[in-house]
Design a protein around this ligand. Structure first.
Ligand code: MTE
Ligand code: MO
Length: 166
């Protein structure tokens, strides 16, 4: 009787360890390497937990115009892109172009100057307090660029995966 209990304990312990292992793996998948930033020869890889921890995270209102829907007033959470670059010590002097590449192949190219206009270009990860859903989940995330000076959202790069500065 005692030995069967011991056996069961061992099995339970193994199952418990497996559950912890599997959940930590899925967490890592969702959280790390969300975004790659290339600045000349330097490359940076960041996840949403990095942005969550920044002092410069803000909430701001925006009107979302998605095809087939009425414009919707929403609240985004994110960081001003220039502040994110600053916090990563990314120096863009001598560069003049910034390219946003998305997981679905969408691409947006902007003058680098635009991201240094105050309160204009933001990297967002939450909408109305909820993490942005992925394309498969019917969302615009997990990361998205929002350009507040653009009333229309053609350049609001959804499903952002890579930023290239050159
Ligand atoms: N990754 C990605 N971002 C994108 C697009 C896209 O197809 N893929 N479409 C753009 C356009 S044309 C608009 S109007 C807005 C809103 O797109 P939606 O109408 O598909 O919601 O997202 C912009 N960002
Ligand atoms: Mo569009």
């Amino acid at each position: 009787m005692k030995s069967t209990l011991f056996k069961h304990r061992k099995i339970l312990l193994i199952i418990f360890a497996l559950i912890i292992f599997i959940t930590s793996c899925t967490n890592n998948k969702n959280k790390t390497n969300l975004l790659e930033i290339e600045n000349g020869t330097s490359c940076y890889s960041i996840g949403s937990e990095y942005m969550d921890g920044l002092d410069s995270v803000v909430e701001f209102p925006a009107v979302v115009r998605s095809s087939g829907n009425k414009p919707v007033e929403t609240e985004y959470t994110g960081v001003e892109l220039s502040k994110l670059l600053f916090s990563l010590d990314i120096n863009t002097s001598g560069k003049n172009k910034i390219t946003f590449n998305a997981l679905d192949g969408y691409k947006v190219v902007m003058d680098l100057e635009e991201i240094y206009e105050p309160n204009n270009v933001y990297l967002v990860f939450k909408r109305d307090g909820e993490y942005l859903k992925t394309e498969n989940q019917g969302g615009s995330g997990p990361l998205q660029i929002v350009i507040r000076h653009d009333p229309f959202s053609q350049r609001w790069c959804k499903h952002l995966s890579q930023i290239i500065i050159d």
